[in-house]
Design a protein around this ligand. Structure first.
Ligand SMILES: [Zn+2]
Length: 684
């Protein structure tokens, strides 16, 4: 049988993975390497990787991430990808010369996709077809409605080619390409399905395969296109990033309706899902901890420094812990998404509540519990449990990861939850001995002592879910969607392995730590995420309530204090003015956050001030005063941590310096480390 194909498209801009809408609106949603590894794990039919940015060179430096690609270019990235990617890889973006093609094929591309060059450099395309074979050269046609007709555009939808669809297809056939991908600019990111004009206007008797792209979200969208004789493959981008095992799940659903795709097969059953860390790489990363490892401050003489860009509405900087995109007016995606979410009316939230109840009904298990709520004992945990219990009328099992970092108020709040909500509560507490080791190693390797907490938290609840056969977990809000506009709420992103590894773990999974400081695989038991097979079998879904409920942190806090006597900190934090956040972790508002300042030049006070400016609680001027008075403070919990792991302050500072971003920091022999700051009268 000749199978048709289901193809995920990975879009890259400035070295980052982006979600696209109408070819214009781009949200950075992650890094390409873990995403493509995940697609490969899922045994996809093919991957299309397109660079849609303004350049093939990028600096997406993140010295604290395993999958850091740093100052690099598109070709280097493809070389890295082809080392672990088992799916056929088709790549495109800036193919202008014979050399561009040669390099891409040499780096590991199986096919090259050409867009502007198809119309601007016909002889190059003909040469490529002759040199590499028609099957290796794909033409990409972007189509858009213009008045009452449809026209082809090139250069990311900016340049009109005066051809309609059938003329453009004939043109591609004449120059000999082996395949055509047709995307709709109007339907890009729409979730409304493929553009009906394209579906209806591809001739049936073409000798080469046609791939249709843009707008698909639901199974029926794919099914409708696959039923067309003229269409050999269906492609989509955004939807594959939002949920766990999205590809095999969608493929199975399609095949139940039209059995036209190769049966889905998880590669992760055969090949390790976790990244491979060689001994040399590990040694290199750990060398920052060597007392005599020299750190050359003089290298920070400002040659890589870039002018910091702050959102014109809030105070979010362009170089940030979460990749951030700004629109043409200089407004950050965090503000834009906040604006969008604020416009959602009561009726829409009622609809979303109905969707939640339907999901809960579908996921009803044989277990004692209707769902799991992952709780840390913070104000959001209280609100989540309150909502699940009292608004959704479900009986949840509470699950907590205890990283031994609770503040007194945080621990009291947590322990009271079983009484306050009359729920069963499982607290997963690793041994303090292993925690101390993980604190120290992770600080040296990635400048984050709380790796164990981030990964522990995102592992404990799914593990309990598998063990107790409870296929539904509720989380609070999607932190990066809320803060940095990563994803839109209507994407309904759910927690998944990629997000856990890439964002929470910075690309470091449990296996990285094995054999360091005598740590064994068994010691890492509590940080081992369930296998893809187990997740698929249980049908586990991990939902962020923040996508379904109006999420107003400050109001929730007030409500939780009044209703459940939730306790806030009686002392001020040093690095933020808020008192109700992160009581579950002594370092989150303290020295863990100070490392964010070392890495990027800003801290939690900027996060909190930006959120409070968006919601109108404080003015931008007030926010500037607050961040300039707090972001740089080296908080005193450092001394508790140094004592906990057995490290001196001098060692801490020396290791921390390794993570300074040369785009932010310069070294001045007289005054020390310097960075630009924003002041109310001097906008940067
Ligand atoms: Zn903003």
């Amino acid at each position: 049988m000749h199978y048709k194909r289901l193809i995920p498209i990975v879009l890259l801009k400035d070295g980052l993975l982006v979600r696209s809408q109408l070819f214009k609106f781009h949200q950075a949603i992650g890094d390409p390497i873990p995403t493509i590894k995940r697609l490969s794990d899922w045994g996809v039919d093919e991957i299309i990787l397109l660079n849609i940015g303004m350049t093939n060179n990028f600096d997406s430096r993140r010295d604290d991430k395993w999958h850091n690609i740093g100052q690099s270019n598109f070709n280097n990235l493809i070389t890295k990808i082809s080392r672990f990617c088992f799916a056929p890889l088709s790549v495109g973006g800036f193919i202008r010369t014979k050399n561009d093609l040669k390099e891409l094929f040499n780096c590991g591309a199986d096919k090259c996709i050409m867009n502007s060059s198809i119309f601007e450099n016909q002889s190059l395309v003909k040469w490529a077809v002759k040199e590499y074979g028609a099957q290796s050269i794909v033409a990409s046609l972007d189509i858009k409605a213009v008045k009452s007709t449809y026209k082809i555009f090139t250069n990311n939808g900016n340049k009109l080619v005066n051809l309609n669809l059938s003329e453009a297809i004939q043109y591609c056939l004449d120059i000999g390409v082996g395949e055509i991908i047709i995307s709709s600019i109007d339907y890009d990111g729409s979730t409304e399905g493929y553009d009906p004009y394209i579906l209806q206007n591809i001739p049936n008797d073409l000798e080469i395969p046609i791939i249709i792209n843009s707008g698909a979200r639901h199974t029926n969208h794919f099914v409708e296109a696959l039923k067309k004789e003229s269409i050999q493959a269906v492609a989509a981008s955004n939807i594959f990033y939002f949920t766990e095992l999205s590809y095999p799940i969608i493929k199975n659903k399609i095949n139940k309706k039209v059995n036209l795709l190769r049966k889905s097969k998880l590669l992760s059953d055969l090949i390790e899902r976790e990244p491979k860390y060689s001994d040399i790489d590990k040694k290199n990363l750990l060398s920052k901890g060597n007392k005599d490892k020299f750190f050359d401050k003089k290298k920070f003489h400002g040659h890589l420094k870039i002018k910091p860009k702050y959102c014109k509405r809030c105070l979010y900087p362009s170089l940030s812990a979460s990749p951030m995109q700004f629109n043409n007016e200089g407004i950050c995606m965090g503000c834009k998404i906040y604006e969008r979410k604020s416009s959602i009316n009561e009726g829409e939230f009622n609809n979303r509540k109905k969707i939640l109840l339907e999901i809960a009904k579908k996921k009803k298990s044989s277990s004692n519990y209707d769902c799991i709520v992952s709780v840390s004992g913070g104000k959001d945990s209280y609100y989540q449990t309150h909502y699940v219990k009292n608004e959704l009328n479900l009986n949840p099992l509470l699950v907590t990861y205890n990283g031994n970092n609770f503040t007194k108020e945080g621990w009291d709040n947590l322990i009271r939850m079983k009484d306050v909500f009359k729920c069963d509560h499982i607290i997963v507490s690793p041994s303090v001995d292993i925690l101390k080791k993980l604190n120290k190693i992770a600080f040296i390797v990635m400048g984050d002592m709380n790796w164990h907490n981030h990964i522990g938290l995102y592992t404990a609840a799914p593990r309990v879910a598998i063990q107790y056969k409870i296929p539904l977990i509720f989380w609070g809000e999607h932190g990066y969607a809320d803060l940095c506009g990563q994803f839109s709420d209507e994407d309904f992103p759910e927690m998944n392995y990629r997000e856990r590894l890439e964002h929470a773990g910075r690309g470091f999974d449990w296996n990285f730590f094995v054999d360091i400081d005598k740590i064994t695989s068994k010691d890492m038991f509590l940080w081992k995420y369930p296998s893809d097979k187990e997740i698929l079998k249980l049908g586990l879904r991990q939902i962020y309530l923040g996508n379904y409920v109006k999420w107003e942190s400050n109001n929730h806090l007030k409500m939780m204090i009044e209703k459940y006597n939730f306790k806030v900190s009686d002392k001020k934090f040093e690095r933020t003015y808020r008192r109700g956040s992160n009581l579950d972790d002594i370092y989150e508002n303290g020295i863990h956050d100070y490392m964010k300042y070392i890495k990027f030049g800003y801290g939690r006070c900027t996060d909190h001030a930006s959120k409070d400016i968006r919601s109108g609680l404080i003015s931008r001027e007030k926010g500037i005063d607050l961040i300039n008075s707090m972001d740089h403070i080296k908080s005193k919990d450092l001394y508790r941590w140094l004592d906990y792991v057995g490290m001196t302050e001098k060692e801490f500072d020396r290791i921390a310096d390794h993570f300074r971003d040369p785009r932010v920091w310069t070294w001045n022999e007289k005054s020390g480390w310097e960075r630009d700051i924003i002041t109310a009268d001097k906008e940067l």
